[in-house]
Design a protein around this ligand. Structure first.
Ligand code: ADP
Length: 266
């Protein structure tokens, strides 16, 4: 009868609402956990250089008659740790700025060939130190409507990593291309590579395959999260493929034009 049918339907709907509610709670819990993890990571990363400074300062205080050279050496170490702290804070600030929902893209027509070449020119001295050769290949001019500063940041991080994690006298191939819709950039290196189980984690904040090595090269583990965030803001994607001991390729793709709705808003 009708009453029974309504009752069954009603029960069914309540069950559906219940399931949706559980999904929502699960999602909120996951967001909360990610946030907790992030705060824990930030605290840890910021504390590390500070702990070193503390140890260095305390050991100097305990040896008032230490020779001048020792003082100088310790102060240099202290200065380096402070420098590292500054780099971490700068990266964090960049990430937080990119994270803000209301953050608008400052879009302009940008010649990506010129942008990539200028970034490579700026990074050449870093590559030269390791004897790494950088080659740029592009068969067409790629003009895209992008936020130049943010895309420059994303590309810089990819090329900087390709240098940092390369072998001595290794090489880097940067290729720029486009179809009618998207610009595509690949950065391929002949470096140390990334183990299979880490490839998908490198875009996570503070994730580093080898903490000691990354620390030595001045890494904060935030570079690729910044790249990822900047590209997501452009509705593009970035992915990574790698073979340990052979090399790594990062591929990024961004739409050449901004969606119409967004254009009308501004
Ligand atoms: P970091 O500041 O440590 O370089 P990133 O977020 O830029 O942080 O990169 C995260 C980790 O991914 C690095 O610590 C490194 O282990 C790995 N990685 C990134 N790029 C490369 C690359 N081109 N070759 C090998 N490993 C890489």
């Amino acid at each position: 009868n009708l009453d029974e049918k309504i009752d069954i339907k009603g029960n069914y709907e309540i069950e559906e609402i219940g399931t949706a509610f559980n999904h929502m709670t699960d999602k909120l819990e996951r967001i909360d956990e990610t946030r907790r993890q992030f705060v824990a990571n930030v605290s840890h990363e910021l504390k590390t250089p500070l702990s070193s400074v503390k140890v260095l300062a305390e050991s100097l205080l305990m040896q008032p008659d230490a020779p001048k050279e020792l003082y100088k050496e310790f102060f240099e170490d202290i200065s380096q740790e402070i420098e590292r702290e500054t780099i971490i804070i700068d990266d964090l600030l960049t990430l937080v700025t990119l994270d803000k929902k209301e953050n608008e893209l400052n879009v302009s027509e940008t010649n990506l060939n010129i942008l990539v070449e200028s970034i490579m020119k700026r990074l050449k001295p870093l590559a030269d130190i390791k004897g790494v050769e950088m080659v740029f290949e592009s068969y067409r001019e790629v003009i895209a409507e992008v936020d130049k500063t943010k895309i420059a940041l994303a590309i810089t991080n990819l090329i900087e990593n390709a240098i940092k994690y390369n072998k001595e006298y290794g090489s880097i191939m940067v290729k720029l291309n486009s179809d009618y819709k998207n610009a595509r950039l690949t950065v391929e290196d002949t470096g140390i590579g990334i183990p299979e189980d880490s490839v998908n984690k490198v875009f996570q904040r503070f994730y580093r395959v080898d903490k000691t090595r990354s620390r030595e090269t001045g890494g904060t583990g935030l570079g690729l999260s910044i790249t990822h965030q900047a590209i997501l803001m452009h509705q593009g994607f970035v992915r990574c493929s790698s073979q340990v001991g052979i090399g790594t390729t990062f591929e990024m793709s961004i739409p050449l034009r901004r969606p119409l709705a967004e254009k009308n808003e501004s």
